[in-house]
Design a protein around this ligand. Structure first.
Ligand SMILES: [Fe+2]
Length: 320
């Protein structure tokens, strides 16, 4: 087996001229079809294809980093499988992120002082009112869909310190594949969900926190670096979709994809020592049950959200 190091090029990142035409332009049919065919042909087939064994996530070897980068380039997500013990420190998690260009943490109002949020069942306080801090299922969404336009979440790390006794699995769908499935069904869905007023999340105010204004924006947008970005939540309350019938039809089509048994949806339950890195792809979480006393058998994950996009420094493709 040889290891070939190839430069990473996503849409809009190349300077070759060949990639100058964005596949995300509805007018660029040829560029779109080329990009789509390449994307679908290289998509992982099973959740196991996402997993890369690593000795220490805080100090990846070049081969481990390259193998993770290969998954990220193919489907915007990868799972590292590190040791359950010793428990990865928060600084270790940040060091992992830096290998992929992730520096600027999104300090949301519920994250701890270092910007990394422990996800576990909250015993009291503000967090108990938010589903992520309960054992209830979490509907499909991308993170930070309510953030201001200049503070969108481009990447997420989720590290599992301790899984639940039962449940707590994630389903994952690359948002670029969701775009493809929608555009192939009807390009009008893309136009509708790209409307700057497609989705509104009404504002929110927490005691002791600055109030957050209404968040109005598109579902799909193309970032200045040429990459596709997605804001979405499947929640039914505290959300206002544009009344335009085209938007309503597109939302229904997207829900149909998320409910389907498409093999592009990958399901994985993080084990202790495992973690997910992704370009804020669509994800959900099943309900879970903890066992025993808190702090012992309780599910605990660390989550870091970044404003930076994932940057692949080098990518290793394993050639048989
Ligand atoms: Fe999330």
């Amino acid at each position: 087996m040889t290891v070939r190091i190839i430069p990473h090029q996503g849409p809009g990142q190349g300077g070759s001229g060949l990639l100058d035409e964005s596949p995300f332009s509805l007018a660029a049919t040829d560029a779109y079809v080329r990009w789509r065919d390449h994307r679908l042909a290289h998509h992982p087939r099973t959740p196991g294809d996402l997993i890369v064994e690593v000795a220490n996530p805080a100090a990846l070897t070049p081969a481990e980093e390259g193998a993770l980068a290969d998954r990220l380039a193919r489907c915007n997500m990868a799972v590292y499988a590190g040791p359950a013990e010793p428990i990865l420190s928060r600084e270790g998690l940040r060091a992992f992120g830096r290998r992929f260009g992730l520096e600027r943490l999104d300090a949301n109002m519920l994250s701890d002082i270092d910007g990394i949020t422990p996800l576990s069942v909250a015993e009291g306080g503000t967090r108990t009112r938010y589903i992520p801090y309960t054992n209830r299922p979490l509907a499909w969404h991308t993170d930070g869909y309510y953030n201001a336009p200049d503070a969108q979440v481009r990447a997420i790390l989720l590290h599992c310190v301790h899984p639940a006794a039962e449940g707590g699995a994630n389903a994952l769908l690359d948002h670029e594949v969701a775009y493809i499935l929608l555009r192939d069904a009807d390009p009008a869905h893309i136009a509708a969900l790209s409307r700057p007023d497609a989705m509104t999340i009404p504002g929110n105010a927490e005691e002791g926190q600055p109030p957050r204004p209404d968040s109005v924006g598109p579902v799909f947008s193309v970032m200045p670096d040429g990459r596709l970005h997605m804001r979405y939540t499947r929640r039914k309350t505290s959300i206002v979709w544009a009344p335009d019938p085209a938007v309503q039809a597109a939302v229904a089509a997207l829900e149909g994809i998320l409910e389907s048994d498409t093999s592009y949806i990958l399901r994985h339950r993080l084990a202790a020592g495992q973690g997910l890195i992704c370009a804020n792809v669509l994800h959900n979480r099943t309900k879970f049950e903890d066992s025993g006393e808190r702090g012992d058998g309780a599910r605990l994950l660390y989550r870091a959200r970044y404003h930076d996009p994932i940057h692949i420094q080098h990518q290793e493709t394993l050639v048989p």
